[in-house]
Design a protein around this ligand. Structure first.
Ligand code: DER
Length: 235
């Protein structure tokens, strides 16, 4: 099975949790894309009805429109029944790293407003400690004096050998812009950052920071698709 087939298997399994009449958070990324398409397909087949989707990015907004999913927003629906989204990393406590696709702020707003948050991953995303893989831990910051904020983020985690890098658009020297007009600084750790809650609080205390990609204690279910089958982990 290819990685994309595994993503699709996890996504389809998650959509089994969707019931007619639900208000759904629609995730962003190559895994969530399959869930959005599947919801649209079931609506077209009449197997689902009265669904309202709250997209977590402009990209998902466009995809959901093309799939015929009726859309709304958090102002109209401050509490959602269920969100389905991918993740970059999942630890054994269902803590996540998200945001390598750049949508972490709207994802965290939408997924934080849901009664249930179902995460869908292929098994390559499972880690022992989030942020320890040496891959990016995204932090959304305001563009104003971004170097100042990036330097303060790097200094916060100096003893974890942290390096802060401004994210650019692919193959470009232009800073990446999120849907909210902000920048993203990616943090790279040489050692894992220890207490996650303390790290989260320290990051959010910096005035130039908008949000970070650690989703702690938010997922209620994680669906993992691997060569040997699908595993469902509940909080
Ligand atoms: O960037 C994001 O937050 C995405 O949801 C990411 O966490 C998962 O993207 P993927 O399904 O394409 O790996």
């Amino acid at each position: 099975l290819t990685q994309d087939e595994l993503k699709k298997i996890a996504a389809y399994k998650a959509v089994e949790y969707v019931e007619s009449g639900m208000v759904l958070g629609l995730g962003t990324g190559s895994t969530a894309k399959h869930a959005v398409a599947r919801i649209g397909e079931l609506l077209r087949q009449g197997k689902l009805s009265n669904i309202v989707g709250i997209p977590t990015s402009k990209m998902t907004h466009e995809q959901a429109l093309s799939c015929g999913i009726p859309l709304s927003d958090l102002d109209s629906h401050p509490v959602l029944d269920l969100a389905i989204d991918g993740a970059d990393e999942v630890d054994p406590f269902l803590n996540l790293v998200k945001g390598r696709g750049g949508s972490l702020l709207r994802e965290k707003m939408v997924e934080g407003a849901c009664k249930k948050f179902v995460v869908i991953v292929d098994d390559s995303k499972l880690v022992e400690h989030i942020g320890g893989s040496g891959l990016a831990m995204p932090v959304e910051i305001v563009p104003f004096c971004w170097k100042f904020t990036a330097q303060r983020l790097q200094s916060l985690f100096a003893d974890s050998g942290c390096v802060a890098k401004l994210r650019n658009f692919p193959a470009s020297d232009q800073p990446f812009l999120t849907d909210n007009g902000n920048y993203i600084v990616d943090l790279y750790f040489k050692k894992d950052m220890g207490d996650l809650k303390a790290a989260s609080d320290a990051i959010l205390r910096l005035a130039g920071v908008v949000e970070h990609g650690m989703f702690l204690d938010m997922a209620t279910t994680v669906i993992v698709a691997g060569e040997l089958g699908v595993t469902v982990k509940n909080k």
